[in-house]
Design a protein around this ligand. Structure first.
Ligand code: ATP
Length: 230
């Protein structure tokens, strides 16, 4: 999938995530569709991590009354709006999914706003003194923003398992789920560059246990940063 935030947004975010950080560990959590990253985010949140969810931010970015909502309605018209004027995200997704140019236009509207909100929330967490802040970002690798984080955690599961989960748990049509899976950068490439890989190929109990181990390691890393005085 394409990553299309304009370089201006990248420069802006660079300023928001300075190299010298307080004793806060900034973690990028990612994984391909159906891998289980939302489940992992939830499990980390239960252990005390601050979660900043890109999906939540992208929904907020296009709420009625926002600049992005106006821009999208202006570009794609009423076919992407529900009767009450809110954005029909599913209709919009269907419209742009198979057309890279349209997807690029949509991303150029939504991504800078999402990045702005994320930077703001990270800053607020830093000021609160939060220790481990996890940004759940599905397109972390595609957007080439890995270097903004202290640790990259990748959640992965075999493709057939992801397909089955999406169909069974999400109610997606099998062909629809397949299309979404093949459109993404292969997980093998991401595994090579992640600091931590969570293999979500067994039960939820096993996942919970693995997340516990990862949480301990993240906390230890946050402690080390503090000890080093950075
Ligand atoms: P998306 O990219 O679409 O947001 P995701 O990577 O966030 O997906 P989840 O929503 O966490 O994935 O998981 C997809 C579905 O699979 C969910 O319904 C979740 O409850 C289920 N699931 C996740 N892990 C497991 C597991 N180990 N065993 C059984 N079901 C699981």
């Amino acid at each position: 999938m394409l990553s299309l935030a304009p370089s201006g947004a990248t420069a802006y975010l660079g300023a928001q995530f300075p190299l010298t950080r307080d004793a806060m560990l900034l973690v990028g959590l990612t994984g391909n569709i159906g891998s289980g990253k939302s489940t992992v985010a939830q499990l980390l949140s239960e252990r005390g991590a601050t979660i900043i969810d890109a999906d939540v931010l992208s929904r907020r970015a296009v709420e009625t009354g926002t600049d992005a909502h106006r821009a999208i309605a202006g570009r794609w018209g009423t076919s992407v709006l529900s009767a009450d004027g809110t954005l029909d995200r599913a209709a919009l997704r269907r419209l742009v999914f198979s057309d890279p140019a349209e997807l690029e236009q949509l991303n150029a509207i939504v991504h800078p706003e999402v990045e702005r909100m994320r930077a703001e929330l990270v800053e607020r967490a830093r000021q609160r003194g939060d220790r481990v802040v996890v940004c759940d970002i599905p397109l972390l690798f595609e957007k080439r923003i890995t270097d903004r984080f202290d640790r990259i955690v990748l959640v992965d599961a075999p493709r057939p398992m992801r397909l089955e989960r999406l169909v069974r748990e999400r109610g997606l049509k099998e062909t629809e789920a397949m299309d979404m899976i093949v459109a993404q950068m292969p997980a093998e490439l991401k595994r090579a560059r992640a600091d931590v890989v969570i293999d979500n190929d067994a039960t939820l109990t096993a996942l919970d246990q693995r997340v516990g181990e990862v949480w301990d390691a993240l906390q230890a890393a946050a402690d080390t940063m503090e000890g080093a005085g950075v």
